[in-house]
Ligand binder design. Structure first.
Ligand SMILES: [Zn+2]
Length: 344
């Protein structure tokens, strides 16, 4: 009996060790890649190719998890940008990061399949799918496969970003006014993400002054950390020298991952920022129990409960520090000549 129990215990211990080791190996990434949520969990993520809300209408091959994977140095550069944006009550939001080569092949096969649905046409209202190669919107090789390219936008943390994409709804195409387009929970850049249209060209003259300011602010913030924008896509950036070799490892679900921030609440409670309007420090406070009950949420960090920015009273030293003098504003402008075209 005792020997039998001992044997069972030994088997259990061995199995636990095997599972732990295999789990750790499954999470290891090659080539200096890292999960962005491990580098900076405050950066929002909406990895569109891991779901159905994209121009293909389904997850692409190799996207087994909604995780942004990048070269570690790219992640650290994004973290520095995020630190700057927080002072403006803004956040980065990632649409796509590392893209396995099999996903690129999947995209190419889709473009060549000869069919074109209404939902697909929302992303390229002026072109046929077959023209996307010729016009430079889809390529057989992508910088994304090196881990050095990113698709991203800005989120205004003070805005209502709660509108969710509804696959059953007939939205206007990606060049339409923001009210008619599919919601993306981000600032209005003049077109939706992945919009294959001249209006999405970063320096397009077809957008409003407010949309121009958002694009300029994003390009300027990224450029300060060395990122170059692709002139045909306001959302595409790459970090020169960060990656040359293309990879094909799939993006796998992790056993123990950092929570990926995809809500309107990307910041840690207690984070302080400087208010542009009042010049006072504001602190991100946890929603009250009453507010959580109203929203029927189990966690204060759940999607649907927005945090509150409160005046940080009793901190004369911090309040005395001028927010306006050192903090860039939403009117930061960069010359369009600094936008360098690179291959998508
Ligand atoms: Zn891209």
């Amino acid at each position: 009996m005792t020997i039998g129990m001992g044997l069972v215990k030994a088997i259990v211990v061995v199995l636990v060790v095997i599972v732990s080791v295999s789990g750790a190996l499954a999470q290891a990434l090659p080539g200096g890649f890292a999960y962005l949520s491990d580098v900076d969990p405050t950066i929002l993520q909406d990895i569109r190719y891991a779901g159905a809300n994209n121009f293909v209408g389904r997850p692409l091959a190799g996207y087994g998890a909604r995780e942004c994977v990048v070269k570690r140095e790219v992640g650290l550069a994004l973290k520095a940008i995020q630190r700057e944006l927080v002072t403006l009550k803004l956040s980065l939001k990632m649409f796509d990061c590392y893209r396995p080569e099999r996903a690129v092949a999947d995209m190419v096969a889709w473009a060549e399949n000869g069919r074109e649905t209404t939902a697909e046409h929302r992303y390229n209202p002026a072109f046929r799918k077959a023209d996307l190669f010729r016009l430079g919107y889809i390529a057989t090789h992508s910088q994304h496969s090196t881990g050095a390219a990113l698709d991203l936008t800005l989120v205004d943390l003070t805005a209502d970003n709660s509108a969710a994409f509804d696959p059953t709804k007939a939205y206007a195409d990606c060049t339409a006014p923001v009210e008619a387009r599919a919601p993306e929970g981000s600032v209005d850049m003049g077109t939706g993400y992945d919009c294959s249209d001249v209006k999405a060209h970063t320096a397009s003259s077809l957008i409003t002054p407010a949309q121009r300011r958002w694009r300029n602010l994003l390009v300027a913030a990224m450029a300060r950390q060395g990122f170059a924008n692709y002139s045909k896509e306001w959302w595409h950036f790459s970090l020169p020298g960060a990656g040359a070799q293309a990879y094909d490892f799939p993006i796998a679900r992790r056993l123990h991952s950092q929570p990926t921030r995809s809500s309107t609440n990307p910041l840690r409670f207690g984070t302080s920022i400087c208010s542009r309007s009042t010049g006072r420090w504001l602190t991100l406070s946890r929603p009250t129990a009453a507010r959580r009950r109203r929203k029927n949420c189990r966690s204060s960090a759940s999607i649907g409960v927005r945090p509150r920015w409160r005046n940080e009273a009793g901190s004369p030293t911090r309040t005395h520090r001028s927010c306006g003098r050192s903090t860039p504003t939403a009117t930061v402008v960069t010359k369009s000549s600094s936008i360098r075209p690179i291959t998508s």
